[in-house]
Design a protein around this ligand. Structure first.
Ligand SMILES: [Zn+2]
Length: 137
């Protein structure tokens, strides 16, 4: 999957803007994500922490779950913005892998500077995918 520069910048900017709404009462590590669907829509997400720590959810999964709950199943790219260009966690890599290994993952810092850009397949080699379950998709 390739994106043109304008689309890449728009997606990063959407993640930068979304990041303002992160609920990071405990870690103070705000994350914003913006997910571009195959149909051209953008769903954003932020990390949302909780006093019961394990119930916290990451920005990437919020964006994916918002999109999926609206009927989306195919994604072009996701931009993830953190203070220092931190990488998506294992749980988010797995959730992204469910919907395709070719989705582009663009990681940027709080100023929108790209720290790296890879596919989901590159982020999660050997991913467990729906194909293993032999379901009829
Ligand atoms: Zn995560």
């Amino acid at each position: 999957m390739t994106l043109n520069d304008e689309t890449r910048q728009q997606l990063i900017e959407a993640a930068v803007q979304a990041r303002r709404w992160a609920y990071v009462h405990y870690s103070k590590y705000a994350v914003g994500a913006a997910l571009l669907t195959a149909s051209g829509l953008v769903y954003d997400g932020v990390n949302i922490e909780n006093a019961a720590y394990p119930t916290t959810i990451c920005a990437e999964r919020v964006a994916v779950f918002k999109a999926v709950s609206e009927g989306e199943r195919s994604f072009q790219a996701i931009a993830v913005v953190t203070e220092n260009g931190g990488s998506p966690c294992g749980s988010c890599r797995q959730v992204l892998a469910e919907f395709g290994l070719d989705t582009l993952v663009i990681v940027a810092d709080q100023d929108g500077k790209v720290t790296f850009e890879v596919t989901v397949g590159e982020l999660l080699p050997g991913a467990f995918t729906p194909g293993y379950l032999k379901s009829e998709f």
